[in-house]
Design a protein. Sequence first.
Length: 577
Amino acid sequence: MENRDLAAMFEEMADILEIKGENPFRIRSFRRVADILHGLDFNVASTVMENPDKLRAIPGIGEGTMRKIGEVVAVGRCEEHERLRAEIPASMLPLLRLQGLGPKRIHLIWESLRISTLDELEAAARDQKLRTVPGIGAKTEGTILNAIADYRRAQGRFRLDQALEAGAPLLAFLRDEPSIVRLETAGSIRRRRETIGDIDILVTTAEPRKAIDHFLRYPGIRSVLGSGETKTSITISKGLQADLRVLEEKSFGAALQYFTGSKEHNVVLRERAKRRGLKVSEYGVFRVDDDQKIGGETEEEVYQLLDLQPIPPELRENRGEIERAENGTLPKLIEESDIRGDLHMHTTASDGRDTVEAMTQAALARGYEYVAITDHSKALSMVGGLDEEAVLRHCREIDLLNERTRHVRILKGMEVDILGEGQLDLSNEVLAELDVVIASVHSHFSMPSARMTERICRALENPYVNILAHPTGRLILRREPYAFELKEVFQAAIQNRVILELNSYPDRLDLKDTHCRLAKEMGALISINTDSHAGSMLRFMRYGIATARRGWLEAEDVVNTYPLARLRTILKKEAYR
Ligand code: DGT
Ligand code: CA
Ligand code: CA
Ligand code: ZN
């Protein structure tokens, strides 16, 4: 059981109490526990059994909390949680997942309209009845309708890393089958979207029956959704769907193009074909007047026949890529091999699992030229954040290690908390000792947009800040970004020669694709970092790279593709773009 599952239970208990309009003190204490559990780097479920005193020692974790955690871990359910759940209709719980609604409002809506399901809520918003509830206006009705649409879309979607990891053994299993000649993934997973609805797999074979039967023998199969002549659908772990399509070799390129999508990209492509007297389908490229097939064996050919540069899958979202391919000015997208170092990671000094030395070895194994060690600062006391004195000690250790280490340079850094009003959590004297200063928001997420904007901009004005980490604070499928003026913050970063982070941690991907592109267009520099908490996590770089490519980034836009000497001039703020 993960810490986040436990945290979710406490959050839900707080939500239910709030829907019922109960004691604010209890509500706050459950929320605090959820926050604490989220922030712990060790597995709470195993600790509560093996080393309960370690948990007990954490401020904010009382005996009642210990008991609840113990119950869930031991018997899989917590008495009080179950009791609370029974006190509101089960259909009300999804309402809590709606962005911008919140338990207080659900409470009010229940009080005045007795609404307890998503469908009732949607109907009331559409019929403009919701605005009769105190504190809800026409604008909120619109927000709620959007939130319901978002919620329905998010249901049944998976994070990219989950889909890639669940899909990998299936793909390996298919590659082992001799009757399968070609195998490619298509759809959103090939485009590396941040969330995936289902995995699309395309194969060619001389023996379709054999290939399909092999697919149906996959040991990780959970259910078979359907199997026909051309398409077979199964579900694998966690209910993720995978579609297998068996295709003809001679039109494989056209099929790959078609099933990679996006639908929006394909629509524009087909319109373009039509204007040129051509027709593009999953079977090939055809002349309209005599229905003659003129290509489709490879994907490049499909684009070439439309007088387009081949378009990388990550760009196929109808965001201007077709115009650029027409002019031959597509970006030369960044690749993982362009990366020379990683500028954000944690060690045992705060909440990481590995030592500085182990992290350095892991970086070396990836062929990096430099790494920055950036542990948390003291505001995050629950994860052992460092105070000024500890930072200086830590720096001296890194100096010593640098003397002994060859081939990779260790940069001294810290991930410093941005406090409530934009002050930094460490003194400037100490920040001056560091090579890299990362600033992050880890608290007070729900302040009004104007105040949050001012807070972040103020932090960026500190002359020692180099990188703004995970700038929007979102967690994919779990937490929306906090409210702030993105462009103002980007502008402040540029003015102060601060680099914006693309955090590759798989549930962050923050900045996201469209934000990366905006940042680049505004003239900002980006750093793609993993925020690793163990050496094995340096591999998360691939998710950051995928997002960067979807954000049209080139190596030149990303500071950790630069040789160390050039990077240093930027960290010293002697240069920017
Ligand atoms: P997903 O699975 O929701 O993350 O997104 P995709 O893009 O993988 O969508 P999916 O699995 O429904 O379909 C795979 C591709 O098939 C899609 O990207 C584009 C292509 N396609 C082209 N035309 C159509 C169409 O009319 N309907 C569907 N469902 N797919 C189409
Ligand atoms: Ca798909
Ligand atoms: Ca599909
Ligand atoms: Zn952070």
